[in-house]
Design a protein around this ligand. Structure first.
Ligand code: GTP
Ligand code: MG
Length: 195
């Protein structure tokens, strides 16, 4: 994918603010700090278009990034961020849930999981819920550069088992640091987005 243009469009807090030009949307879900914003930046080769932070909970709205005239990346708020209040978490949850279940332009959900660690309870619950609702999902295991190459397949196996993934469920090994997995992920995105 040749990215000629990438721009931040809007931080949406509800459907009234979603873009109206009917482009395919590729959303990113995952724990706070798993690397959602960094993945967007790497996919479009921009350093900091999507705001990243070592402090979890940075992205708190639904952030739309338009890529060429082809698609949107939608950066969702991270789940499992303990330092926000319970009621606030419930609001975020509802909001994300509605977007995921009702947005007709959503073509693929990238579910990011940290390659270094076994999936958390939140990760498991999220993946189970996505599958139950028959969402097109691709698991992306992040921060591969932090795991020695020789251990990649072992970690992938643990993640596949913990999430109870089918053989046919897509999984891409990724690193925003090195660009590992970028081309493979673009080809999956193009396929699902029909781009
Ligand atoms: P929230 O917006 O809080 O939900 O976090 P996020 O999922 O958008 O994470 P973000 O992209 O901000 O990254 C969190 C931290 O992890 C930052 O310090 C990144 O530099 C680091 N990080 C992200 N991806 C990678 C990666 O592939 N490799 C390494 N080594 N660090 C990464
Ligand atoms: Mg973020």
């Amino acid at each position: 994918m040749k990215v000629k243009q990438a721009e931040f469009v809007i931080s949406a807090v509800g459907p009234a603010q979603y873009p109206q030009d009917a482009l395919p949307e590729i959303a990113l879900a995952g724990r706070s700090n798993v690397g959602k914003s960094s993945l967007i930046n790497r996919m479009i080769d921009r350093k900091n278009l999507a705001r990243t932070s070592s402090k979890p909970g940075k992205t708190q709205t639904l952030n739309y990034y338009k890529i060429n005239q082809d698609l949107y990346f939608v950066d969702l708020p991270g789940y499992g961020y303990a330092q926000v209040s319970k009621s606030m978490r419930a609001v975020w949850g509802k909001f994300i849930e509605q977007y995921i279940l009702e947005r007709e332009h959503l073509k693929l959900l990238l579910h990011l999981i940290d390659l270094r660690h076994p999936p958390t309870k939140d990760d498991q619950a999220m993946f189970e819920w996505l599958k139950y609702n028959e969402l097109p999902v691709c698991v992306v295991t992040t921060k591969a550069d932090k795991v020695p190459k020789g251990k990649w397949q072992k970690h992938v196996k643990i993640i596949r088992e913990a999430l109870r993934m089918d053989k046919t469920d897509e999984l891409v090994l990724f690193s925003s640091e090195t660009g590992q997995g970028k081309d493979e992920l673009w080809s999956i995105i193009k396929q699902y987005g029909e781009i």
